[in-house]
Design a binder for this molecule. Sequence first.
Ligand SMILES: [Cu+2]
Length: 161
Amino acid sequence: MCARGSEVWQRRGDGDAERIPDMNRLPARVGIVLLALVLVACAPDASNAARIAVELADDSITLDPGEVGAGRVVFDTLNVSTGLVHEIEVFEGGSAGAILPVDNTVADTNGLRLIDEVEDVVPGASASLAMDVRPGTYLIICNLPGHYTSGMWAYLTVGDN
Ligand SMILES: [Cu+2]
């Protein structure tokens, strides 16, 4: 997928040598255009991802929708707090609705697998997090001290499509 740029170079190399200009003498802007093609080809494909609106409030995390099919998802996270920094951590392997034990004001996530996270989402800020999800239950929490016990958690159900 990311080889599109090099295919372009190769195709030129395979052609008639007399007709093909020396790559070293090509204007720099041709190189820039080719680099742009490579960057586009390598960008994460979020075009057909399921988008999940995630609202981080001081006492809750709300997912909309709370159920998606397996595949690519993008968490579009917004911190609606007026005063607190929050984070979003996505774990795989939970049981829907389960309450985790709490140790020293943070949730004990032992036994769950952290897929990805975004830290330090300041009040009013948004952050996007893309990942591939498999059928099962995912736990989304903010695990800054005291925030889990304040209610900052939600479960995402991933179906078989
Ligand atoms: Cu928080």
